[in-house]
Design a protein around this ligand. Structure first.
Ligand code: NAP
Ligand code: ZN
Length: 351
């Protein structure tokens, strides 16, 4: 592919809201002064891709090429690039730019940029051009929005860390999951299974709260000490007042009062799931026990690098099902049915 002019590259796109994804081509910009050209090797399928393809959050831009869990190899660098060289293993997560000037950008929390981060897809860049994500063969991205995938992690199991990994790592660190802390992870899907692995590696005592006991063996193998079914009313009675931190990764609207009841005094329920419908909360659930109801969105570039280094050090990759691109639509149906163990990853050589 040429690095001096706009180039069409192969990709899988949804041509319109709710339409199945199909093979197409999309433009990639020339490699600029501070850009790297990445040959994409793997792209994870995040539930956020499905929300957006189906326009569940509204204002979707079509055709849409999803994919914000991108792992690949640097194929070319711009003349001003200092952080990466051809052949390096790199990753790109949920955003590819931000204002670079606001307080949040300056303190490495680019995901909370006051002007809004530029999403890796389903967004407009500073030139007003739509961005196209990782279900593709190549990507051109600024080196400052690129992270290094350490040697200890293979690219296929590293890809999901770029969203699922950082989305759990950031709140687990912020709310100090660690030795002596009891942490519950709600939902054992793509995000949830990384939450179990990371919280356990941080030294916390981890409990999985899943809809059923179907995946209990896996949950315990991934690092949880306890596993309960939320379909069983007795779970909420038994665990009332038990946790320092509950992180919900559930993709559908969830009655939060029951989960707030699981917290100790001063405990925090952190929601990272992004359901398409609002949820109601009875505020007595937080008043009683001085509890915190909070949210958290992915993580900044520096923290994403820290997370990747942590995962490499502790041998934490994602549990994946590798699929060819032709199976993306079938994989979406399985994710919607909570039938994924635990992240679908697209082999980009099949695009
Ligand atoms: P996922 O793989 O589908 O996992 C979600 C899990 O939630 C399912 O495996 C299931 O776990 C549970 N669940 C699903 N429907 C449920 C229901 N009706 N009631 C109770 N539990 C239910 O999805 P994901 O990729 O991990 O993403 C999860 C959510 O986080 C999505 O909404 C996504 O958009 C959002 N997200 C947010 C951020 C952020 O920055 N905050 C980043 C990425 C993704 P069990 O089978 O174990 O019950
Ligand atoms: Zn995601």
């Amino acid at each position: 592919m040429s690095v001096t002019q706009v180039t069409q590259v192969a990709a899988y796109a949804a041509p319109a809201a709710k339409a199945p994804l199909e093979r197409t081509t999309v433009p990639r910009r020339p490699v600029g002064e501070h850009d790297v050209l990445i040959e994409i090797k793997y792209a994870g399928i995040c539930h956020s891709d499905i929300h957006q393809v189906r326009d569940g959050w509204g204002e979707g831009i079509y055709p849409m090429v999803p994919g914000h869990e991108i792992a690949g190899v640097v194929a070319e660098v711009g003349p001003g690039v200092t952080k990466f060289a051809v052949g390096d293993h790199v990753g790109v997560g949920c955003f590819v730019d931000s204002c670079r000037e606001c307080d949040y950008c300056l303190r490495g929390q680019e995901q909370y940029c006051v002007k809004g981060m530029t999403g890796t897809y389903n967004a407009l860049d500073k030139q007003g051009e739509p961005t196209y994500g990782g279900y593709s063969t190549h990507l051109v991205v600024d080196e400052n929005y690129t992270v290094r995938i350490p040697d200890g992690l293979s690219l296929d199991v590293a890809a999901p860390l770029l969203c699922a990994g950082i989305t759990l790592y950031s709140p687990l660190k912020h709310w100090q999951a660690g030795p002596g802390k009891k942490v519950a992870i709600v939902g054992l899907g793509g995000l949830g299974h990384m939450g179990v692995k990371i919280a356990a590696a941080l030294g916390a005592e981890v409990t999985v709260l899943s809809q059923s006991l179907r995946k209990q063996e896996d949950g315990l193998r991934l690092g949880a000490s306890h596993y309960y079914a939320t379909s069983d009313e007795a779970t909420f009675e038994k665990l009332a007042g038990s946790f320092d931190l509950v992180v919900s990764t559930v993709s559908a609207p969830l009655g939060l009062d029951a989960y707030l009841g699981l917290l100790k005094v001063d405990g925090a329920l952190v929601n990272v799931g992004a359901p398409e419908e609002p949820v109601e909360v009875n505020l007595f659930s937080v008043i009683q026990g001085r509890k915190t109801l909070a949210g958290s969105m992915i993580g900044g570039i520096a923290e994403t690098q820290e997370m990747l280094d942590f995962c490499a050090e502790h041998g934490l990759g994602s549990e994946i099902e590798l699929i060819p691109a032709s199976e993306i639509n079938a994989a979406y149906d399985r994710v919607l049915a909570s039938d994924v163990r635990y992240r679908f990853v697209i082999d980009a050589s099949t695009i």
